[in-house]
Design a binder for this molecule. Structure first.
Ligand code: ADP
Length: 658
C-alpha cells in the first residue's frame, strides 16, 4: 500500500539574483514498510526532497498525496499536526535541546501532541535505543552516538508512520555509525517505513531501495534484489482528517508547564542578562510604588491638617507686592493694625479673629541652641488652629495686653532643646530675650516639606513690640460662623479694609491686600494632587515603556539565539501558536519577576524614608496590584513581536540557521 505519493514536485530557491532549481519535477511513490535511501552528489536536491516529504517545507508546484488524501494545500498548522502525529525526524546534527535530560528530550513531541500522560513511552523508547542508563543525563553530557540515539527515541515516541533521517550518521565515527544504522534497520524490520538521505554507499547498504538523484531529478530508482520490502500484515489506515481537525487547537496544560519551565531555564541560564533586561521594569515599578506611597502619605497628612483647621477660615494678608510685574513702592501694601482686627471681629458672620506676626528666632536653653520659627498669635489661635496645648496652658487675653514673655513650644523644639527634661515653667531665650515656657503645642506632624512642629508660639503683642520690633500685624485669621457665609464675609472684610485704609475701590487697591479662602486652598490642593498623580502616572508610563523596549530587545536576541531550537520544535510538531505562547510566556515571566522585585524594592525605599526621614507613607494594595498588572501587560505587548517573529520562522530554515 502506498503511503506517500509525490507527483511532479518542483522547488526553486531564489537567493538574491540566482534562482536554484533544487527539484525539477520529482515523482515518487513510497510503500508502507519500505526502507528508502536517497543518494546523489552534493547539491542534487536530496535534503530538499526529504524536507518536502516530511512537511518541513512546501513545494512550489506538484501534488502530495498522503495515505490517499491530497495534502498539497494544507495550512501550516495542519502540517504541524501531521508532522507531530505521523513523522519522526533524525537529523545529522541531532538537534537535542541542551539544558534538559535525554528523557525530557525524548518526551518533547508528546507535549505538543497533548500526550504527556504517555511519558512512560518516552522511557520505553530510550530503553529501546539502549540508553536507559543515560536517561537522566543532560544531552551535552552524551557522546555523538548517544545523542543520535536520543534523537531516534524522540522520533519514535509518537509512533510515527515514517521515520525521516537526514545523513543520520554524517557526524559519527564508524562504530557509532554501525550502531545507529543497526537500530534504524531493526526499526524497519519491525515494520516502520524509513526514508533516509545519505551519500555513503555503506550506509545505503542497509536500505532496500535506492533512489539516485542528480540536478534536482531522479536518475535511478532500484529495489535491491533479494531484499523485498517487508510484507505488512496489517496496513495502517491513516485518517488525515481526524488528525488535522480542530481537536488540538487549544494549548494544553502540560504544554504550559513546559513553557514555564523553559522560561525559567532561559532566565536562570542567563542570570545577568535577565537581570539587566528586567532593570527598566524594575526601576519603573519601584519608582511608582515609592512615589505613590510617599504621595498618598503626604496627601493623607495634608488632609488631616486641613480637617483640623476646618474649611470656614479666611486669611487676610498684605497683597503681593507686585502689580503687573512692577514692584510697588513702600506704603502701597496695606499694613494691618489692631483696629483692623477689632473692626473685622465686629462684622456679621465672623466667629473668631486672631492676628499674627512671625519671624525666625534663635533659641537657647541651658547649653543647647536651636533656630526655629517664632509665631506671635492672638488668644484665638488655639481654638482656630486646633492648638490647645496638651501640657500646660495657652496664654490669655491678659498676656496679650501686658505683652508678657511667655512661650508655647512645638514638639520638635521640645525634643531638640529639652530631651526628657520637663519644660514647664523653665526659661528659654529667644533672640537673647528670656521667655517662660507655659505649655506644649499638640503634635501636627510633617507635611513632607515642612515640619509643623518646629515652632514657638508667643503672644502677638510680645512678638511685635519686644521681639521683632514690628508696628504692624502680618496677617489676620478669620473664622466664619458658617461655610455658606464665606463669600459674604470675604466681601465685607474687603469693604471694611478699603474704607479704613482709604483705598480707592479699584482692582489695584484690592491688590494691596489679599483674602485667602481655606475652601479655595483645599480645592487648589486637590487639583495639585491630581496633577501630581498625572505626573507620576506619566513617569511610570515612560519608565515602563523604556523597560518594555529593553525586554523586546532581549527577546529578539533570545529568538535569534534559539532559532535552531525553534526549528526543531516545529519539526516535531509545534504549531505557530505553541512557539508564540512559549516566547510570550518567557517575556511575561521576565517582566513579572521584574515587577515583583520592583514592588519589593520600591516598598523598601518608601519604608526606609519613613524610618529615616520620618515621612508619612502609605503603601496601598491597589498600587501594588496596578504595578504588577502593568508589568505583565508590558511583557505581553513587548513580547508579542519577538514571539511572532519566532512563530513565523520556516522550520527548515530555522534548523539550518548558523
Ligand atoms: P543535497 O542535500 O543533495 O546536498 P539540497 O537539497 O540541500 O542538496 O540542495 C539542492 C540545491 O538547492 C543546492 O544547490 C542548494 O544550494 C540549494 N538550496 C538548498 N536549500 C536552499 C535554501 N534555503 N536557499 C537557497 N538555496 C538552497
Amino acid at each position: 500500500m502506498s503511503i506517500i505519493e509525490l507527483k511532479n514536485i518542483k522547488k526553486t530557491y531564489s537567493t538574491g539574483k540566482a534562482a536554484v532549481a533544487a527539484l525539477q519535477g520529482v515523482s515518487i511513490t513510497i510503500e508502507q514498510g519500505e526502507f528508502v535511501a536517497i543518494m546523489g552528489p552534493s547539491g542534487s536536491g536530496k535534503s530538499t526532497l526529504l524536507h518536502l516529504l516530511g512537511f518541513l517545507d512546501r513545494p512550489d508546484s506538484g501534488e502530495f498525496i498522503l495515505g490517499g488524501t491530497d495534502v498539497t494545500s494544507l495550512t501550516n498548522n495542519q502540517l504541524a499536526l501531521l508532522r507531530n502525529n505521523l513523522m519522526g525526524f533524525v537529523f545529522q546534527q541531532f538537534h537535542l535541546l541542551p539544558r534538559i535530560t535525554s528523557l525530557e528530550n525524548a518526551e518533547l513531541p508528546l507535549i505538543y501532541a497533548g500526550k504527556r500522560h504517555m511519558k512512560s513511552d518516552a522511557m520505553a523508547r530510550i530503553t529501546e535505543v539502549g540508553l536507559a542508563q543515560r536517561a537522566l543525563h543532560r544531552s551535552n553530557e552524551l557522546s555523538g552516538g548517544e545523542q543520535q540515539r536520543v534523537a531516534i527515541a524522540r522520533a519514535l515516541v509518537n509512533d510515527p508512520l515514517v521515520i525521516f533521517a537526514d545523513e543520520p550518521t554524517g557526524n559519527l565515527d564508524t562504530k557509532s555509525q554501525n550502531e545507529i544504522m543497526a537500530i534504524i534497520a531493526e526499526l524497519n524490520r519491525k515494520g516502520k517505513t524509513v526514508v533516509m538521505v545519505t551519500h555513503e554507499e555503506e550506509v545505503a547498504e542497509y536500505a532496500k531501495r535506492i533512489i539516485r538523484m542528480r540536478d534536482g531529478k531522479i536518475i535511478a530508482d532500484e529495489k535491491k534484489p533479494g531484499r523485498p520490502a517487508e510484507v505488512i500484515a496489517k496496513p495502517v489506515k491513516i485518517s488525515i482528517d481526524s488528525i488535522i481537525s480542530a481537536s488540538h487547537t487549544e494549548i494544553k496544560r502540560a504544554e504550559l508547564t513546559d513553557h514555564f519551565r523553559q522560561a525559567f531555564f532561559a532566565i536562570v541560564s542567563h542570570k545577568m542578562r535577565a537581570l539587566l533586561s528586567m532593570l527598566g521594569i524594575l526601576i519603573g515599578v519601584a519608582a511608582v510604588i515609592a512615589m505613590l506611597a510617599l504621595g498618598s502619605g503626604a496627601q493623607e497628612s495634608i488632609q488631616k491638617q486641613l480637617a483640623s483647621l476646618g474649611s470656614n477660615l479666611l486669611m487676610v494678608r498684605p497683597g503681593s507686592q507686585q502689580l503687573h510685574g512692577v514692584s510697588l513702592g513702600a506704603g502701597s501694601v496695606t499694613r494691618f493694625t489692631f483696629q483692623d482686627v477689632d473692626a473685622i471681629a465686629k462684622l456679621n458672620g465672623v466667629a473668631r479673629v486672631s492676628p499674627s506676626v512671625s519671624g525666625g528666632g534663635q533659641l537657647v536653653y541651658a547649653n543647647k541652641n536651636w533656630s526655629s520659627q517664632i509665631q506671635g498669635q492672638g488668644v484665638n489661635y488655639a481654638p482656630i488652629h486646633a492648638a490647645v496645648p496638651t501640657i500646660g496652658r495657652f496664654f490669655a487675653e491678659e498676656d496679650v495686653r501686658m505683652r508678657t514673655r511667655v512661650a508655647l513650644l512645638g514638639a520638635t523644639v521640645l525634643k531638640q532643646l529639652y530631651g526628657d527634661v520637663d519644660p514647664l515653667d523653665t526659661y528659654i531665650k529667644i533672640n537673647r530675650i528670656s521667655f517662660k515656657v507655659i505649655g506644649i503645642l499638640p503634635e501636627k506632624g510633617a507635611t513632607g516639606w515642612r515640619d509643623q512642629d518646629d515652632v514657638v508660639v508667643i503672644p502677638v503683642t510680645t512678638g511685635m513690640y519686644r521681639l521683632f520690633g514690628k508696628q504692624y500685624i502680618d496677617s489676620i485669621d478669620v473664622e466664619v460662623t458658617d461655610l455658606s457665609l464665606m463669600d459674604d464675609v470675604q466681601k465685607s472684610i474687603m469693604d471694611v479694609l478699603i474704607k479704613r485704609h482709604r483705598l480707592s475701590p479699584t482692582k489695584e487697591s484690592e491688590n494691596t491686600f489679599e483674602i485667602r479662602n481655606m475652601a479655595d486652598i483645599k480645592n487648589t490642593l486637590e487639583a495639585t494632587t491630581k496633577t501630581m498623580s498625572w505626573l507620576l502616572g506619566s513617569i511610570a508610563a515612560i519608565s515602563l515603556l523604556v523597560g518594555g523596549i529593553g525586554i523586546m530587545n532581549i527577546m529578539l536576541v533570545s529568538v535569534t539565539e534559539r532559532t535552531r531550537e525553534i526549528g526543531l520544535r516545529k519539526a516535531i510538531g509545534a504549531r505557530e501558536s505553541d512557539i508564540m505562547a512559549q516566547f510570550l510566556i518567557e517575556a511575561v515571566t521576565l517582566t513579572f519577576v521584574g515587577g515583583i522585585v520592583g514592588v519589593i524594592f520600591g516598598a523598601s525605599i518608601a519604608l526606609l524614608l519613613a524610618l529615616i526621614a520620618n515621612w508619612t507613607i502609605r503603601i496601598s494594595i491597589f498600587s501594588i496590584l496596578l504595578a504588577t498588572i502593568f508589568s505583565i501587560v508590558v511583557g505581553i505587548i513587548f513580547g508579542l513581536w519577538p514571539a511572532r517573529q519566532a512563530a513565523k520562522l520556516n522550520p527548515i530554515e530555522a534548523l539550518r540557521y548558523e
